[in-house]
Design a protein around this ligand. Structure first.
Ligand SMILES: Nc1ncnc2c1ncn2[C@@H]1O[C@H](COP(=O)(O)OP(=O)(O)OP(=O)(O)O)[C@@H](O)[C@H]1O
Length: 626
């Protein structure tokens, strides 16, 4: 019998695939099972319109039979089968979806992702098999044909016997090589795992004869092997079920089963979209961060299914970075099975799904925040930082989506509050949203700079995350109220102007002398408007705050030499210490130097900044003591 040649494109693709170093050879099974399931679907649809054809569910299945002795894996289906022409046309020509990317020679040279890039379905069998034999009998035909190929050099088709309608594919599994254990495709357990992974939700039963062991009847301690036909896949995926049929426990079990995380999610979202784009999705908002969450290693993404078949483990395009914590899956009938990563990015359907998902996640978070605050706070403790990064990233482009999801500790409420809650409580005369940035709430509560703002009865938001102040700089204002650090030069709180001027004039020379002594360290020394009981503090002028300076200097590569905030040393002229300063200025310049250094170093300590020379500082204290 004459050997038919594959069409040129198919031939080259086959060669590449067989020799490709594609790591996931196991996907051949997914492809063959999907084809089998499609073939059964075709009978099912035919039966809907053909009265003579009855679709009896129990007659339709896919069966896998590994045989170690003959090194074969047989995949049988009771689907629509193929005629001689169909065998030649369908298996001799590359699938249409494949032709598209095939044209791009450059992509092909890199053998890695070849299978992901083409609609190669059936051909993937050659990744694991030396010989592929397809025996098929089409619905309504008495004849059966056998198609056989050993790969790139072509195929043969000849008549054969086959009792039932459907297709049987026999793969002669390759011998093991140094790099590849092909034996695993003959192993019951391994095959079961692959089916579970990719094809668990195929609508028809995928059967296998499974051999297990059981205690032998009538004897003690003896076991016997027995073989039983089992259905390996679970068939109806939870996401296709109605929400009303499912309990919270069902969703939690699915989370565990899919190993989305080891925690208990705070919430789930079940989407059944039936509009412009049709898809089902189950998404989870986790409670705890995965161990690698805030590292570069963490990969965001949702599982992507095409009509019940897994096509991608982590489809990153479905989630924006700021919602990278969301776990779950999406199943859409509108996506092609073999769609590649690159093509996916441009897929209009996928973009629509992603947009849709994003707004669902946001509204879920919002309703958690509104109705289940405690749960939201648990979530926020883990992922609040990510939301704040989201506000900061891309020049604040996403701030409108995210700002209402932020929480900060309030000086007044002693708990986390939203920006909206803060603004709605603001007294009429309060111009700004005040915040203080520092290491911890405990430290911030004692920060001298907060005195005036608190004295006025205003609320302060405590920022304790590195990212907080940077994120707020992106938001700039919320509901027309600007943000203001309690350490910034002008607090926008009216003081007695006449009194202020007098103090400033009176002490002008003293402050100038102190500035001289602290040359290069501070931009200015001045009388403080914000201090009530504390003698001294630092404030800043300009955009960069002391907290931001700390964050920037701690960054890798800065060597502590990052940009510096413009610091102002503020002195409380109502404090006893100030009198000592004045006295020293009049009569003892050396003492003025000593006091100035001491006050400056104290201000640094309050801010949590390092002192340049701690030994000198302690010596200075001793000098004052004796
Ligand atoms: N088990 C089967 N029963 C009936 N027809 C089949 C079977 N397997 C393959 N075919 C036919 O061969 C064609 C080619 O299969 P192949 O897997 O290469 O591509 P595809 O399924 O059309 O697309 P994809 O690239 O998405 O898998 C199928 O479209 C189908 O018509």
């Amino acid at each position: 019998m004459a050997k038919q040649q594959f069409q040129a494109e198919s031939k080259r693709l086959l060669e590449m695939m067989i020799n490709s170093i594609y790591t996931q050879k196991e996907i051949f099974l997914r492809e063959l099972i999907s084809n089998a399931s499609d073939a059964i679907d075709k009978i099912y649809y035919r039966a809907l319109t053909d009265d003579k054809l009855v679709f009896n569910k129990d007659d339709y299945f896919i069966k896998l039979k590994p045989d170690k002795a003959s090194r074969t894996l047989t995949i049988t289906d009771t689907g629509i089968g193929m005629t001689k022409d169909e065998l030649e046309n369908n298996l001799g020509v590359i699938a249409k979806s494949g032709s598209y990317a095939f044209k791009n020679e450059n992509e092909i040279k890199d053998g890695h992702n070849i299978i992901g890039q083409f609609g190669v379905g059936f051909y993937s069998a050659f990744m694991v098999a030396d010989v592929v034999t397809v025996t098929s009998r089409a619905l309504g035909s008495d004849e059966a044909y056998k198609w056989e190929s050993q790969g790139a050099d072509g195929y043969t088709v000849e008549p054969c016997e086959k009792d039932a309608v459907g297709t049987e594919i026999i793969l002669k599994i390759k011998e093991n090589t140094e790099d590849e254990q092909y034996d695993e495709y003959l192993d019951e357990y391994r095959l079961k795992t692959i089916i579970k992974k990719y094809s668990d939700f195929i609508r028809y039963p995928i059967k296998m004869d499974i051999t297990s062991s059981r205690p032998k009847e009538g004897s003690e301690g003896e076991f016997e092997d027995y073989t039983e036909e089992q259905t390996v896949n679970s068939m109806v995926p939870i996401w296709r079920k109605n929400k009303s049929e499912l309990t919270d426990e069902d969703y939690e079990n699915f989370y565990v089963e899919k190993r989305y995380g080891f925690d208990k999610p705070v919430s789930h979202i079940h989407i059944k979209a039936d509009g412009a784009v049709v898809y089902n999705a189950i998404l989870y908002i986790p409670e705890k961060t995965p161990f690698d969450y805030y590292t570069k290693e963490y990969e965001k993404g949702l599982e992507l299914y095409s009509n019940g078949v897994l096509i991608m483990n982590k489809c990153a395009d479905l989630l924006p970075d700021y919602f990278s914590f969301v776990k779950g899956m999406v199943d859409s009938e509108d996506l092609s099975l073999n769609i590649s990563r690159e093509l996916l990015q441009h897929d209009r359907q996928l973009k629509m799904i992603a947009k849709n998902i994003q707004s669902k996640i946001k509204s879920q978070l919002q309703s958690l925040l509104k109705d289940e605050r405690e749960k939201y706070e648990k979530f926020y403790e883990s992922f609040g930082r990510q939301l704040k990064f989201g506000v900061y990233n891309e020049y604040g482009m996403h701030k409108d989506v995210l700002q209402d999801l932020l929480l900060f500790t309030s000086s007044k409420e002693k708990k986390l509050v939203t920006l909206d809650e803060y603004v709605s409580r603001m007294p009429e005369d309060q111009k700004y949203i005040y915040y203080a940035a520092g290491e911890s709430v405990e430290r911030l509560e004692k920060l001298p700079q907060t005195e005036l703002v608190l004295d006025k009865g205003y609320e302060i938001l405590y920022f304790t995350d590195d990212i907080d102040e940077f994120a707020i700089k992106m938001i700039m204002s919320y509901k027309d109220k600007e943000f203001k650090s309690v350490s910034s030069g002008d607090l926008g709180i009216e003081a007695d102007a006449a009194e202020e001027k007098a103090e400033a004039d009176d002490n002008k020379e003293l402050f100038a002398a102190m500035k001289e002594l602290l040359s290069g360290k501070v931009k200015e020394v001045k009388a403080s408007k914000r201090l009530k009981s504390h003698p001294v503090c630092l404030s800043t002028e300009g955009e960069l705050s002391i907290e931001m300076e700390k964050v920037l200097s701690a960054m890798p590569g800065s060597d502590g030499q990052a940009v510096k905030a413009d610091k102002v040393l503020e002195i409380n002229v109502g404090h006893e210490v100030f009198k000592s300063l004045q006295k020293a200025y009049e009569s003892d310049k050396e003492k003025l130097g000593l006091f100035t250094n001491l006050l400056y170093n104290q201000a640094l300590l309050i801010e949590g900044l390092p002192i340049a020379d701690p030994v000198e500082f302690t010596n200075d204290i001793c000098k004052v003591m004796v």
